[in-house]
Design a protein around this ligand. Structure first.
Ligand SMILES: Cc1cc2nc3c(=O)[nH]c(=O)nc-3n(C[C@H](O)[C@H](O)[C@H](O)COP(=O)(O)OP(=O)(O)OC[C@H]3O[C@@H](n4cnc5c(N)ncnc54)[C@H](O)[C@@H]3O)c2cc1C
Length: 414
């Protein structure tokens, strides 16, 4: 990564000023789009970001929900914003303040709960009330997962190699990649387990108590109709670890709501010279000779570019923005077969006073950072809940993730 350029990037020399050709036009100004834009501009490229809404925010957005209260409308916790991105873009200077939210309570009955913590000793003590063996196992599990997360964090910075390429460049890239990672072969197997196993099977190798397993597997059921049993869901257990390390804490609440993430990245991107246009819904991507060459907004403005990056939904890009006639048949087939449906909804509640916690063990007013920040209700019923939701299209006791943002700290006061 070259050092980040400050100020306006160079203009394309051969183009008339009236119709610049950008090195890249990016469709959307969510935090991923803006990160992409900031890195490209930091490398000296000329970048323009086109944004549909009048504000520079996507699903990480803060808005006023009740007079005087600002809330994170969609996403509510920061989980895996890579620490290196935070450093490269100097997000702290641009207003990013992450408050740890690593205390999690998962009720297992009306009377009892399991508490997970960023501190291994506290989680261990929480597990000990249910299974001594699971409590003893937990530190080794935490280390095992942290090592896998470390590998994934490294891999996130790699351009994927294509081992099926038989030309010299393809072979040398694959060999270079294999050489670089041959020493972590065993850890790579851990990652493969996480990517292929079910959350249930993965945890079953370590733990015996189903309530302990449910508390650790809650992520596997959030936002899906999958539950902890389908293959491939184990990787979400690692989400918690992904935010840790490299100087970053685990999960965090954002001072000012999650919109602050997008705003901080937007500020960093602008500083690198990115040109952000809001209220510019892209209506068409034009192509020539198998390449995207320009985008046209609903208002009729055309922006020419050497490369177009898009973070809009794939079917929207391939079937609506692009002319399907220019697409290879296999891409068209995949775009047509792409199917998603929503399984979640969110309610923001502004309370006048902190929620009363019946159990004295959860009340720790003088040790605020240790107060639970997140409750997961019905995690131990997730599997049954998913089956019922599939059958009936709804579930009376769905999995509920309830983050308690401490308004007394004025994180979200407008
Ligand atoms: C209810 C909910 C809760 C969530 N909770 C969490 C959480 O707690 N923690 C967490 O880490 N993640 C959470 N997520 C996921 C997280 O919010 C998203 O993964 C993240 O915001 C994606 O960012 P992005 O930049 O990739 O895309 P987005 O934030 O979706 O941004 C894409 C942008 O592209 C724009 N766009 C689309 N089409 C066009 C077009 N044709 N022209 C111009 N612009 C266009 C959109 O307006 C949007 O601004 C949650 C998501 C939801 C919906």
């Amino acid at each position: 990564m070259p050092p980040f350029a400050r100020g306006a990037p160079p203009t394309a020399p051969s183009q008339p000023a009236a119709a610049p050709v950008y090195d890249s036009v990016i469709i959307g100004a969510g935090h991923n789009d803006l990160t992409c834009a900031a890195y490209l501009a930091g490398a000296g490229l000329r970048v323009r970001v086109l944004k549909r809404r009048p504000v520079v925010e996507g699903a990480a957005v803060t808005e006023e929900t009740a007079p005087g209260y600002r809330a994170s409308i969609f996403s509510y916790l920061m989980r895996i914003l890579h620490p290196r991105i935070q450093r490269d873009l100097d997000l702290a200077r641009h207003g990013l303040r992450v408050l740890p939210c690593s205390e999690l309570v998962s009720p297992v009955s009306r009377e009892d709960y399991i508490q997970l913590s960023g501190e291994v000793a506290r989680t261990r003590a929480g597990f000990a009330r249910f299974s001594r063996r699971d409590a003893e196992t937990y530190p080794a599990f935490d280390t095992h997962l942290a090592q896998a997360a470390q590998v994934v964090r490294k891999l996130l910075w790699e351009t994927p190699v294509d081992p099926t390429r038989s030309d010299c460049r393809g072979i040398s890239e694959t060999l270079r990649f294999a050489w670089k990672y041959c020493r972590i072969g065993r850890s790579l197997c851990r990652v493969l387990d996480l990517l292929t196993m079910s959350a249930y099977d993965y945890l079953r190798e370590w733990f015996e108590d189903e309530r302990v397993m449910a508390a650790l597997a809650y992520c596997a059921s959030i936002g899906t109709l999958a539950g902890p049993r389908p293959p491939g869901r184990a990787c979400v257990i690692m989400h918690y670890m992904m935010g840790k390390g490299e100087g970053a804490a685990g999960w965090g609440v954002l001072r000012g709501g999650t919109g602050v993430i997008t705003q901080a990245i937007a500020a960093a991107a602008c500083e690198c010279g990115v040109d952000i246009v809001t209220g510019a819904q892209v209506a068409e991507v034009r192509g020539r000779d198998g390449r995207a060459v320009s985008v046209v907004t609903a208002g009729g403005d055309e922006y020419r570019a050497r490369a177009v990056a898009s973070n809009a939904r794939a079917p929207h890009v391939y079937l609506q923005l692009l002319d399907p006639a220019v697409l290879p048949p296999e891409v068209l087939r995949e775009a047509r077969g792409y199917r998603t449906s929503s399984t979640a909804f969110k309610t923001n509640i502004a309370c006048e006073r902190p929620a009363p916690l019946a159990d004295a063990r959860l009340r720790a007013p003088r040790r605020r950072p240790r107060q639970p920040g997140l409750f997961h209700l019905h995690a131990h019923r997730a599997r049954r809940g998913v089956s019922r939701a599939r059958l009936r299209g709804r579930e009376a006791r769905p999995l509920v993730a309830a983050p308690l943002h401490h308004l007394g700290d004025a994180h979200h006061r407008g």
